[in-house]
Design a protein around this ligand. Structure first.
Ligand SMILES: NC(=O)c1ccc[n+]([C@@H]2O[C@H](COP(=O)([O-])OP(=O)(O)OC[C@H]3O[C@@H](n4cnc5c(N)ncnc54)[C@H](O)[C@@H]3O)[C@@H](O)[C@H]2O)c1
Length: 377
């Protein structure tokens, strides 16, 4: 099929803040060189829209995401609730607006329950912790401590109920409500089962041998107990894939000690967040960590790094994480051939070592890197 005959994809293009804008510009260079047939539709997201409109993820961007095949997202700046209130325009101050991370909202609103983070060490990357690391993290993306059910000041009704229902709460029961805070960790059977299945399905599809379930069920018995119990049930449907499990703390140690003992990792939201940064660091750090937030109807692909304000506008950031996120998007859309070509071109530039951004010890710019990869396509 010629490019002209192929489907024209609608891609929501959400650069966000800081270096998010530059790394998405870089990704566009390689997608254009691949002749990926797409209409890119800009979406507003990020700090500017929080300050001006009181909403970092405006409704028009939500509507856009409802109408596209997939999305590429750069990065946003997030600040704590009180700082966020201070930076609102005067007309919006004191109106009761509360800042919430737009990416967390996006994951929940569109039920992007899979966070898929491949962590592959490419030969020749001077930042590799060890050569040939190839780990894949599946992080639950909508529940757990990120559910958003939190109390900065604990209301008396809640304290009263906890006093009645929970013995360990006695240790806190006499504190005034403004002297403690509660963040709830909520994990459902459905949410646990579908992320665990996604990890096993991936392992089956790509011939991976083992899925390791990461938890802390010996201490966090209710929620992590449910996650582990669910994993043991799900594993029965995949007799050819080995399952083991480990506590998050031990996991961090063992991953560093021997990353080759691990293959696919699956975890509830917070532990998944932690181990995916650890795994990303082993294959080059934030400039290499890419991620897909995947639901049944929509998938949003992004580098795992943030907006790195100190480098904003300098075109110093490494765009490889974002270029690999674009590769994930191509794969997800079924454009396997383009996805493979993009990965091979990226691999070749890393192996050659002539073009390196500052994090890799070089002086090349964000766009130099993108052009070098595009030249290999
Ligand atoms: N998904 C997201 O949009 C996301 C993720 C993390 C942090 N944030 C937000 O980003 C802002 C900055 O957070 P932070 O400084 O903790 O984390 P960050 O990821 O933005 O940057 C931390 C440091 O990592 C390095 N780095 C990051 N990306 C790089 C790249 N592509 N190439 C080379 N080096 C890179 C830089 O040294 C940078 O200063 C905060 O407002 C935070 O809330 C957003």
């Amino acid at each position: 099929m010629t490019v002209a005959n192929k489907k024209k994809y609608r891609i929501a293009w959400l650069p966000g803040d800081g270096i998010g804008i530059e790394v998405l510009e870089a990704a566009k260079i390689v997608l254009d060189k691949l002749q990926f047939n797409a209409e890119y539709i800009h979406g507003d997201i990020g700090w500017e829209f929080w300050c001006k409109e009181g909403d970092a993820f405006p409704k028009r961007t939500i509507d856009l995401l409802n109408s596209v095949d997939a999305s590429m997202f750069g990065a946003i700046t997030s600040k704590p609730v009180k700082k966020a209130e201070e930076e609102l325009i005067p007309e919006l101050k004191g109106t009761g607006l509360v800042y919430r991370s737009p990416i967390v909202r996006m994951r929940q609103l569109f039920d992007l329950y899979i966070c898929h983070r491949p962590c592959k060490g490419y030969t020749g990357n001077p930042l590799n912790f060890k050569e040939n690391i190839d780990l894949v993290v599946f992080r639950e993306n909508t529940e757990d401590l990120y559910a958003g059910v939190e109390f900065n000041t604990v209301p008396p009704e809640l304290a009263e109920t906890l006093r009645k229902l929970s013995k360990p709460f006695a240790a806190f029961a006499d504190l005034p409500g403004d002297q403690y805070a509660i963040s709830t960790k909520i994990n459902t059977r459905k949410g646990s089962e579908r992320i665990i299945r996604a990890a096993f399905d991936f392992a089956r599809q790509f011939g991976r041998k083992k899925v390791t379930v990461v938890h802390k069920a010996n201490v966090v018995r209710a929620t992590d107990g449910l996650f582990l119990e669910t994993a043991k049930e799900v594993a029965k449907d995949y007799p050819n894939i080995q399952m083991d499990d480990a506590n998050i703390d031990a996991m961090c140690m063992w991953l560093l000690k021997n990353p080759f003992n691990y293959d696919v990792l699956v975890a509830p939201n917070l532990y998944g967040d932690i181990i995916s940064d650890l795994c990303a660091q082993m294959v080059g750090g934030l400039g290499f960590g890419c991620s897909g937030n995947i639901g049944k109807k929509l998938a949003v692909f992004e580098p795992t790094h943030g907006s790195a304000p100190k480098y904003a506008g300098m075109y110093k950031a490494n765009p490889i994480a974002t270029i690999l996120a674009a590769k994930m998007m191509l794969d997800w859309l079924g454009e396997k051939e383009m996805a493979n070509r993009l990965e091979e071109a990226t691999k070749a530039v890393i192996a050659e070592g002539k073009i390196r951004t500052y994090d890799m010890g070089g002086q090349s710019s964000t766009l130099d890197m993108a052009r070098a990869i595009a030249d290999k396509l």
